[in-house]
Design a protein around this ligand. Structure first.
Ligand code: SF4
Length: 351
């Protein structure tokens, strides 16, 4: 890798992004259905793999609907789109339909999902914008070793099939698993083969009790190399880049390399605090305009409406049964919203 070339490519990638997407950057967040994955041989980097032996009753590891729906309300208030609705391999299509319908209804917005291999025939596609396949790494040997029960081929088939249903498609890639620079070419080929609409990069956040515990991160310049290479080859692809609390200062360079969106934050523990404001400043320092908030208290409380062009209200038709459930849950959802907001405010005031 030639660092000077990476910076030169990043400048081109930044300009290309401006040309195709304008000057806006937003924040996104995955909404998790639970903390359990039923794969018997889970992916070796995954937080859920480290929890599996501790979870005796998987149903307890599922989130309650009011908690997910409250989170969906707050995300809309602060202008964060849900990157996707995600969970381990543990949900049947009826369960998915119910929760996706309710979230889409509450947000007035169709959703991306990242829930393993999808049963298109039985999924309520009226509430789905797109489907994400968790590819994780394009290096075949690494993939076989790290994701023994999640082969790439069925995911590719699913993403190709999604296009037949007029759904958008995306993949997730984790950097820092041991991939090589040469693998970038493999990724470019995959994006082209699948005609993807978006890609999400994450920088591995090494989890305790996995083989990656204590592993170093990839460098910011390596990360820029992957992102700018994708941008230069796919000017119109949505590029989402994930970071973590210990890597906030790579946000500016990632935006400079062609990212459209930043993701992967412990939202409620950072909002309004120096970490959240650092994210905002990192983005603003690139000359981009941030159209989500990581610090606006009135927006968090629902007292002020942000200008959020990323949320265009859509007509979402859901079953009468789920409308009734939403109505029955209204008080519980509101209580949860208040709880999330007050906990966040307490954390801010502690500083
Ligand atoms: S399939 Fe997803 S949730 Fe399950 S172990 Fe692999 S990465 Fe984790």
């Amino acid at each position: 890798m030639d660092a000077i070339e990476v910076f030169e490519n990043s400048i081109k990638a930044y300009k290309l992004t401006t040309k195709n997407f304008g000057n806006n950057i937003d924040l996104k967040r995955a909404l998790f259905l639970g903390w359990y994955c039923n794969l018997t041989d889970p992916c070796k980097f995954c937080f859920m793999s480290s929890q599996k032996s501790k979870i005796k009753n998987p149903s307890i590891a599922r989130r309650r609907p009011e908690s997910m729906l409250a989170e969906a309300i707050i995300m809309k208030r602060i202008g964060w789109k849900l990157e996707f609705i995600s969970g381990g391999y543990d949900y049947n299509t009826n369960e998915l339909n119910d929760i996706i319908e309710m979230i889409a209804h509450i947000q007035k917005s169709k959703q991306y999902i990242n829930v393993g291999i999808v049963d298109f025939e039985n999924l309520n596609l009226d509430t789905i914008e797109g489907v994400v396949g968790a590819i994780e790494t394009v290096n075949p040997n690494l993939h076989n070793e790290l994701c023994p029960q999640k082969p790439i081929e069925p995911t590719k088939e699913m993403l190709l099939k999604a296009k037949d249903y007029n759904l958008k498609t995306g993949i997730t890639i984790i950097l820092g698993l041991g991939e090589k620079e040469e693998d970038i070419e493999e990724l470019l080929n995959l994006i082209e083969e699948l005609n993807l609409d978006r890609i999400t990069f994450y920088s591995l956040n090494p989890q305790k009790n996995t083989i990656f515990e204590g592993a170093p991160s990839i460098t910011t310049i390596e990360y820029m190399n992957w992102v700018s290479s994708v941008r230069l080859n796919f000017p119109k692809l949505e590029i989402i880049t994930g970071t973590w609390v210990d890597k906030l200062t790579n946000i500016g360079p990632l935006v400079m390399s062609g990212a459209n969106t930043i993701t992967k934050f412990p939202l409620f523990s950072m909002y309004g605090k120096k970490e959240g404001i650092t994210v905002e400043n990192e983005i603003k320092s690139t000359g981009r305009e941030l159209i989500s908030s990581f610090s606006d208290i009135e927006a968090l409380q629902g007292k002020k409406k942000l200008n959020t062009p990323q949320y265009i209200d859509e007509n979402i038709n859901i079953s009468d049964k789920n409308l009734e459930i939403l109505s029955a849950l209204e008080n519980d959802i509101n209580k949860k919203v208040d709880m999330y907001v007050s906990k966040t405010l307490k954390r801010i005031n502690k500083n």
